[in-house]
Design a protein around this ligand. Sequence first.
Ligand SMILES: Cc1cc2nc3c(=O)[nH]c(=O)nc-3n(C[C@H](O)[C@H](O)[C@H](O)COP(=O)(O)O)c2cc1C
Length: 197
Amino acid sequence: MARIDASNRNSAETMDMFQPARLQEPTGEAANGDVAQPPEPLGDVRFAPGPVLIACASQTGVAEDLAAATHEQLRAAGIASRVMDFEALDRPTLEAARQVLFLASTTYDGDPPDMAETFSREAMAQPASLAHLHYGLLALGDRGYGDFCAFGRALDVWLRASGAQPWFPRIEVDDEDAAALERWHAQVAALAAAVAA
Ligand SMILES: Cc1cc2nc3c(=O)[nH]c(=O)nc-3n(C[C@H](O)[C@H](O)[C@H](O)COP(=O)(O)O)c2cc1C
């Protein structure tokens, strides 16, 4: 039986923190995100029945490839999903979605990929109404650059400020780190487990 943990422990905190301008600046959220994130057991949290949206913001193709791999992983588990890039993503799409896996890279100087520039500037300018939405987020970056995973972190802050409920803490990937990617696929597998059974 599919079951979702509807708690959103951090929503009040992130509402206070939400400021669109923080995309360009390291924040308390970003600083906390710098701490290595231990794997988070999902318990009996699972995908709900219905399709999963895989939303991808990529500049050079890494997140795009991972989105395709995630789509294939879900297909193999018998779960319907579709991949949409941030060029096509808007607030109405998210307001209609129930469960989303986000893969979001950072480029330039802590900026969103070109395909996510409009979404970042317009959709993320204010919190949306996403209390119905559960999500997982993979943030891709490289600590060799100044503002590690800035867009993924800003997206996470905005989603929480919008009332969306994370299934697990944001996973950050430093330069395609294999352990972090393994953790992502393990979290997706855990979400899919009971649905596929
Ligand atoms: C020109 C350039 C600028 C980048 N700037 C950042 C950055 O500011 N912060 C960060 O964490 N990673 C940065 N990265 C690293 C990318 O986010 C990382 O390589 C990621 O895996 C790329 O994913 P994508 O191919 O989906 O865009 C940058 C990479 C490039 C090539």
